[in-house]
Design a protein around this ligand. Structure first.
Ligand SMILES: Nc1nc2c(c(=O)[nH]1)N(C=O)[C@@H](CNc1ccc(C(=O)N[C@@H](CCC(=O)O)C(=O)O)cc1)CN2
Ligand SMILES: Nc1ncnc2c1ncn2[C@@H]1O[C@H](COP(=O)(O)OP(=O)(O)OP(=O)(O)O)[C@@H](O)[C@H]1O
Length: 196
């Protein structure tokens, strides 16, 4: 008997590939001014979230990811510390360091220099491949953010997924280790999820 029991990771891999492809294709249609306009809209929709933040974690955008650069500028403008992920070695979770991402890190992603101070964000802008209305996030598939977000969520940090509008999809099968995000911000607006 052939039992169709494709495990979740297979479904997720398919979802991930399709979503990354859509993102790449979309970004190919944008010229620089349009991309900047959308990334500024994203920052605009994050204004209320950033207003009372003390430490805001962002990321150095890769490829077709939406860049939070304007949101991070706004965070600094309202007096918050701007932090970015930094890997000290490939087997440990990354840490958030409170400095600009001006060094090249382990996976070729720009990160703060390792001598910068480690900080605990109260707002985390989380890159994603896709997200669903329950706040379940699909990332790059290595679980890096899941590991880091677990203790932050417990401490009450606001976890805000950021992406292009179409990155919100109908449903992502949740895994036990997935940390649900609190909201999704895109150039179209901010969607807060019902607390679970
Ligand atoms: N801009 C951005 N920064 C981010 C993330 C992200 O999604 N976007 N991350 C979200 O989690 C973390 C890094 N996540 C990573 C996820 C996968 C691989 C990865 O697949 N590495 C390959 C080799 C990479 C290469 O081709 O050079 C590997 O380990 O085999 C690396 C980093 C932290 N910083
Ligand atoms: N908190 C955790 N502790 C240990 N391992 C974890 C944790 N979270 C996730 N993992 C491992 O990471 C792997 C990838 O998880 P998942 O597919 O959910 O990644 P992702 O959220 O899509 O990617 P990323 O967070 O890197 O952007 C899983 O196989 C899981 O075993």
């Amino acid at each position: 008997m052939v039992v169709s029991s494709l495990p979740f990771p297979v479904d997720k891999d398919r979802l991930r590939r399709d979503a990354m492809e859509r993102r790449k294709e979309f970004v190919r249609t944008l010229d620089d001014p349009e991309r900047t306009r959308l990334e500024r809209r994203l920052a605009f929709h994050l204004t209320s979230v950033l207003a009372n933040a003390r430490v805001v974690a962002g990321y150095a955008a890769l490829g077709s990811e939406i860049s939070p650069v304007w949101a991070m500028e706004e965070a600094r403008a309202v007096g918050a510390v701007a932090a970015y992920p930094a890997f000290h070695n490939p087997t440990e979770p990354f840490r958030f360091l409170g400095a600009d991402p001006n060094s090249v890190g382990l996976f070729g992603i720009n990160q703060p220099p390792l001598h910068a101070a480690e900080v605990t964000p109260d707002v985390v802008l989380v890159p994603l491949v896709a997200i669903d209305p329950a706040g379940t996030r699909l990332g790059r598939g290595k679980g890096h953010y899941d590991r880091v977000l677990t203790p932050l969520k417990r401490n009450g940090a606001h976890l805000i997924g950021v992406g292009w509008s179409f990155q919100m999809i109908e449903e992502i099968p949740p895994d036990p280790w997935d940390v649900p995000l609190d909201a999704f911000a895109s150039p179209d607006g901010l969607i807060r999820f019902v607390k679970r």
